[in-house]
Design a protein. Structure first.
Length: 368
């Protein structure tokens, strides 16, 4: 029994080390990219395994030291990747100073409602309670479009693209929208939103709403289309020049993945979670499977007034609420990420891989 327990403990530690090594691989297969997500859980398993081994099974042999060292390296690496999203790191985005937000701020609520969810009244109640200026909702089909119709009385400006494939979206806004467009950037069944809106003072803010297709095992879908869409949007934002920009949506990726990090450098946008916390928005019903999948990025023109996950709405995602203050003077006091030659090559590789996959149909999920 003692020997069996020892091997179980070592098996946990070796598994954690193995998937940590696998996450270094640049491949897009779902089994590889899946290990970008549970870095907190992997670090916890590795630390748990090493602690049990040290307490009960350590005998001072070279193999014992090798096992403990492997787990230590695993914990250190995973901790390094998630460290920027802890309160120990320095804030990337400045907090709005008292009194500065008056007349120049806006509140945006983003929610993945889960297509099968029938509790639309819960989302409507949350929206009425937190009173956002802009609402972006994804996974909207015709039933959800109809259920959200009461919001039309509150928000006179809207864009609606319901779809029954889990990728429909709608946008509600108190502010006038400027040239709103639904675009299909990478795949003809995956819409994204591009628009601008005007604050009461006349400032024009550019908004991108995204929900790319995720890597997932059930239908053997890899991350190629998701990665390509983030590259396309990131480069488009950079090409548009230094203008006030916000990106919001369920990116089906975590904040600390290589793909999201590449998007940030390509676009030059900031992540308000850096130095503040994970803000895990998924999975709403499974505490052990919590990841930050719903994102809001923004340019240096803003400071942060508020950021939080909101109460459960019956979906597998929590809604996310952010309040930003338009403050161009803050730009000189906040960093701007930059892409280097290696990033550009990675981006080109992702686009080429998507192009090749689209020609063969391999960028589509296997429904057979």
């Amino acid at each position: 029994m003692f020997r069996l327990l020892k091997w179980l403990v070592m098996g946990l530690g070796l598994a954690a080390g193995s998937v940590t090594l696998l996450s270094f691989h640049k491949g897009s297969h779902w089994f590889i990219r899946a290990w970008d997500f549970p870095r907190v859980q992997i670090a916890a398993v590795s630390a748990f395994s090493a602690s049990l081994f040290r307490a009960f099974f350590f005998r001072g042999s070279r193999r014992d030291y090798l096992f403990l060292s492997t787990n230590l390296l695993c914990v250190l690496w995973q901790s390094w990747k998630i460290f920027p999203f802890t309160a120990l790191a320095r804030n990337q985005v400045k907090a709005t100073r008292p009194g500065e937000a008056r007349g120049r701020s806006f509140r945006l609520l983003m929610a993945n409602v889960m297509l099968e969810n029938t509790d639309a009244h819960r989302l409507v109640a949350v929206i009425r309670e937190y009173n956002p200026d802009i609402v972006l909702v994804v996974e909207v089909g015709e039933a959800w479009q109809k259920a959200l119709s009461p919001l039309r009385e509150i928000y006179p400006h809207r864009v609606e693209q319901p779809q029954e494939n889990y990728y429909g979206l709608v946008l509600f806004s108190r502010f006038p929208l400027v040239d709103p467009k639904i675009e299909f950037l990478v795949q003809d069944d995956i819409p994204s939103l591009r628009t601008a809106f005007e604050l009461p003072g006349g400032e024009r803010i550019y908004l991108h709403g995204l929900h790319p297709r995720p890597p997932e095992p059930i239908r053997d879908q890899d991350s190629t289309p998701r990665d390509a869409e983030l590259v396309v949007v990131g480069r488009a934002i950079r090409a548009a020049g230094d203008r006030p920009t916000v990106v919001a949506g369920d990116l089906n990726d975590v904040a600390w993945s290589a793909t999201t990090e590449l998007f940030v450098r390509l676009s030059g946008l900031l992540d308000p979670r850096v130095g503040r916390g994970f803000y895990n928005s998924f999975h709403a019903d499974k505490l052990y499977l919590r990841y930050p999948l719903d994102h809001v990025f923004h340019s240096r023109h803003f400071t942060l007034t508020d950021l939080r996950c909101l109460p459960n709405i019956g979906s597998d995602h929590f809604p996310v609420l952010i309040e930003l203050c338009y403050d161009p003077e803050a730009g000189s006091e906040q960093p701007k990420p930059h892409a280097d030659a290696g990033d550009e090559k990675d981006a080109d590789d992702k686009l080429q891989k998507q192009q090749e996959a689209a020609q063969t149909g391999e960028d589509r999920p296997n429904d057979g």
